[in-house]
Design a protein around this ligand. Structure first.
Ligand code: TXA
Ligand code: MG
Length: 325
């Protein structure tokens, strides 16, 4: 008999709720769980049926592959063929917020649907105790995109998941706000030189200190090298105006550091102290708060180094013109 939770219930992370999460995953159901980056919408990566449910729940185009989560490098090498670069990056940054795109092993148990039919798979080892506990209790690789409707802002708190996908998941495990707050860095390790596909929680500077200069993806919106990197993404309903140095009437303000702007109807400060780590952790939750109260948001300039690059990447996608649906 399948263990069935009432849809979308949020449970605090405990030994018991972790066991329930594992049982539901084994039964092919969807479970949202915390990682150090954002909350993931998890399913058994080896089951076509379970993976299909993810695409359905998120309304995600099936050409956009998912990241597969495993407990450690030992589990990863059963799924993908490691290169020298991949070993260097895994040794330096796993567990942690970096996903490696590698060729699928011939004997890989991962559903072809999870990798959208590609001969590569993006894989990562999360650095979050509850995510690790669920991986080990379920004994399976877990496919997990961010637990938001496709194209919308990623969730960094359990309540964000409940708001956008509450009816679609069997259980949401709550372990508080995600400490990094931005998705993992995605690096294509299939070629001679690793290529950055998505800036994220591990910075370019950190990666280059281990493997030397990264290649840059020759991206365009028609044929993105990482199918998830379509221009419009993280889309709030409100309009975003980036690098704002003056505030226009009616605009809410997403600020960073000290400023002298006055007469602002509503404001969230990513980091009054100007700390990029704090700003990354606050970004998505603050975008949600402002989106709920304003139709236009001015965003102060964010320094474009370290985690600032990933923050600016997400802001640019949030501000991009929307694809017609
Ligand atoms: O931090 C994260 O990575 C979160 C947490 C839950 O782990 N997950 C996440 O998944 O952000 P998602 O599905 O929202 O983003 C996955 C990104 C997409 O841009 C997708 O196109 C890319 O990784 N990707 C996945 N598999 C790929 C592959 N085989 N080749 C190239 N890009 C791939
Ligand atoms: Mg996502």
């Amino acid at each position: 008999m399948t263990e069935k939770a009432s849809t979308g219930s949020i449970e605090r992370a405990t030994t018991k709720s972790v066991e329930r999460a594992a049982a539901l995953l084994q039964a092919g159901e969807l479970v949202a769980f915390p990682t150090e980056t954002v909350y993931g919408l998890g399913a058994d990566a080896t089951s076509d049926d379970a993976v299909a449910r993810i695409f359905d729940a998120k309304k995600r185009p099936t050409f956009n592959p998912l990241i597969v989560h495993v407990s450690d490098t030992e589990a990863a090498v059963r799924i993908v063929r490691f290169t020298k670069t991949a070993h260097l990056l895994a040794d330096a940054f796993w567990p942690g917020p970096i996903s490696l795109v590698l060729p699928r092993e011939d004997s890989s148990p991962v559903s072809l649907l999870a990798s959208a039919g590609l001969d590569t798979i993006a894989i990562r080892v999360p650095d979050q105790p509850t995510a690790q506990a669920i991986l080990s209790a379920s004994g399976m690789p877990i496919a997990a995109p961010s637990a938001n409707a496709s194209g919308k802002i990623s969730p960094t708190q359990a309540t964000h998941v409940a708001e956008s996908l509450g009816d679609e998941v069997s259980l949401i495990i709550d372990d508080g706000p995600c400490p990094i707050g931005l998705e993992s860095t995605v690096v294509d390790c299939t070629g001679d030189r690793p290529v950055l596909l998505r800036p994220g929680g591990i910075t370019t500077e950190q990666i280059e200190s281990v493997v030397g200069p990264l290649g840059v993806a020759a991206d365009n919106n028609e044929a993105p090298s990482s199918p998830g990197m379509l221009e419009s993404h993280y889309a709030p309903d409100a309009r975003l105006r980036l690098n704002a140095t003056a505030i226009q009437t009616g605009e809410a303000l997403l600020s960073f550091g000290n400023h002298n702007h006055t007469d602002i109807s509503s404001e969230q400060n990513l980091s009054p102290a100007g700390d990029l780590r704090e700003a990354a952790a606050n970004l998505f939750a603050m975008m949600r708060l402002l989106d709920a109260s304003a139709v236009a948001i001015a965003v102060m300039p964010i320094p474009d180094h370290g985690l600032g690059r990933a923050i600016n990447d997400r802001l640019q996608r949030a501000a991009a013109p929307r694809e017609s649906v």
